[in-house]
Ligand binder design. Structure first.
Ligand code: NAG
Ligand code: NAG
Length: 326
């Protein structure tokens, strides 16, 4: 074979390999809905197909450079307990095009729980029968239908109860196969059916029904979090695992074992723990920030933290999402 033929063959093989993972949604080629200009956030009501609470809302930010013929990623960002989709947009900054120039950012709104405050499925205060995983499934189907989405690059991030819900989605047999990577921040990983009295946070069994393996996870937590303590424990009559236990269980479930590479950052004020080796290195990653409370890490003050901290979590999440596709 001549060199030019070999080059041509390699090109075809690499093109096939590259495109075998890409998947454009049915919305490619369709114009944006008239009331939804690119570069803006749009809030809308949404009717869930099944479930006890079919009437929902979400906010969606459409990238300024949106082109109906170019498939782009989509990022869900779930708010915390008693919060709103609008607060979550401001907190997580996925509509900030300095952080996220290309992907759709979606901020769904939770249904009021047993305490009258907005919440997500899996938390002790969520109303039983609310099918939030079904809501996410319906939104994915809807977005794929009307926008040009790269369906191998749908992601989920969330704060606190919204971070816990990322864990619920990662352990759902179906959604875990549609969402490429998960980024809980200060996640409240309640163990359904557990009790606060007999809570053993370092060893409590964490059941999971993920539909694929490995699942990429990046978690951020503050050592001074008093709402979802790093060391876990009883909360709202249920048991929260320690964050290291939750992270290590993911590494084990993903097949990487317990060993991590620890990197000290910012004068030892931030620890980065990365699991797995070789090309999978860092597929499970955890950032611990010393002295930080129940906050989305940000160098500038935000609604969680009036002082700001050492780094911005959002660009790290974007980088992590960018290196993991289905
Ligand atoms: C939740 O909704 C999904 C999608 O509509 C459906 O497949 C699932 O059966 C529902 N779960 C429950 C418990 O109703
Ligand atoms: C990471 O590894 C170090 C060294 O073995 C260990 O002390 C630490 O507990 C581990 N951290 C986590 C979060 O697993």
């Amino acid at each position: 074979m001549t060199a030019s033929r070999l080059t041509a063959l390699l090109f075809i093989v690499s093109t096939l390999l590259g495109s075998s993972h890409a998947a454009r949604s049915a919305g490619c080629g369709k114009s944006l809905p008239a009331q939804q200009p690119a570069g803006q956030t749009y809030q809308t009501a949404f009717t869930q197909s099944k479930g006890t609470s079919p009437s929902r809302t979400y906010r969606i930010h459409i990238p300024s450079n949106y082109d109906e013929n170019t498939a782009v990623p989509l990022i869900f960002s779930f708010h915390g307990h008693a919060q709103t989709s609008k607060c979550q947009e401001e907190l997580s900054q996925f509509s900030n095009e300095a952080f996220n120039p290309n992907a759709f950012a979606v901020y769904p709104q939770g249904i009021d729980g047993t305490d009258g405050e907005s919440s997500w499925q899996g938390a002790p205060y969520a109303k039983s029968g609310v099918n939030d995983t079904g809501y996410v499934q319906d939104m994915i189907n809807h977005f794929n239908d009307i926008y040009c989405i790269e369906t191998t690059q749908i992601y989920a991030a969330g704060k606190s109860n919204g971070g816990g819900f990322c864990g619920t989605l990662a352990c759902d047999s179906s959604l875990s196969k549609q969402i490429a990577a998960f980024a809980p921040v200060s996640g409240a990983f309640y163990v359904p059916g557990s009790s606060s009295d007999a809570c053993a946070p370092t060893t409590i069994a964490l059941t999971c029904n993920a539909g694929r393996s490995p699942i990429p996870i990046i978690e951020f937590h503050g050592s001074a979090d008093t709402t979802v303590p790093y060391g876990g424990g009883g909360s709202h009559d249920q048991c929260l695992p320690t964050i290291p236990h939750w992270v290590r269980e993911w590494s084990t479930r993903d097949g990487y074992g317990l060993t991590n590479k620890t990197t000290n950052l910012y004068n030892n004020q931030v620890q980065k723990y990365e699991y797995a080796s070789g090309s999978a290195f860092g597929t499970v990653t955890h950032y611990l920030t010393q002295g930080l409370g129940h906050a989305w890490p940000s160098t500038s003050p935000n609604s969680d933290n009036s002082a700001g901290t050492y780094f911005n979590a959002t660009p790290l999440i974007m980088q992590f999402f960018g290196s993991h596709t289905l």
